[in-house]
Design a binder for this molecule. Structure first.
Ligand code: DQA
Length: 150
């Protein structure tokens, strides 16, 4: 599996990884998460994007669909996961496979986190494995490549 371009997108508050509620999200910063992916998957050409803003994530997703030859997206949408119909519709609108990932197990936390509005339009869902969730998301995407492409 070589030559693939995978875009790793992170939503609101994930810029604070490492300092934000480390008992839930760990002490690894987002930069370290991204570096870890590059190290673990040298055959993949990664792009990284984080935003606190719903619309910017949607813009980036459409940009990735239209330009750059991306093969798929690993997305931690943060809290938008639970309520952003706009993000859900954007994922549904693109042909790029999107894998939903979460550091924490959203089903083992507060009631409001148990609902993801994006899962049904994602290629797969991974959560609860900390930083490894991103790695598993990349693995999942690699397995899918060739099956759901533009
Ligand atoms: C999260 C879980 C969400 O419920 C939360 O709002 C986040 C992070 C996770 O990675 O576990 O910001 O997506």
């Amino acid at each position: 599996m070589s030559g693939h371009k995978i875009l790793v997108m992170n939503g609101p508050n994930l810029s604070r990884l490492g300092k934000r509620e480390p008992e839930i999200y760990g002490r690894t910063t987002l930069e370290e998460v991204n570096e870890g992916l590059e190290k673990a998957f040298p055959e993949v050409a990664f792009g990284f994007f984080q935003s606190e803003h719903e619309g910017e994530l949607i813009d980036r997703l459409f940009e990735a669909e239209d330009h750059g030859g991306w093969s798929g997206v690993v997305l931690n949408a943060g809290a938008l996961t639970h309520y952003s119909i706009a993000l859900r519709d954007a994922i549904s609108a693109v042909k790029l496979p999107v894998v939903e990932v979460h550091l924490s197990n959203i089903y083992a936390r507060e009631e409001f986190r148990r609902k993801s509005v994006i899962s049904e339009v994602c290629a797969g869902v991974i959560g609860g494995f900390g930083v490894q969730s991103y790695h598993l998301g990349v693995r999942g995407l690699q397995g899918l490549m060739g099956k759901k492409k533009a």
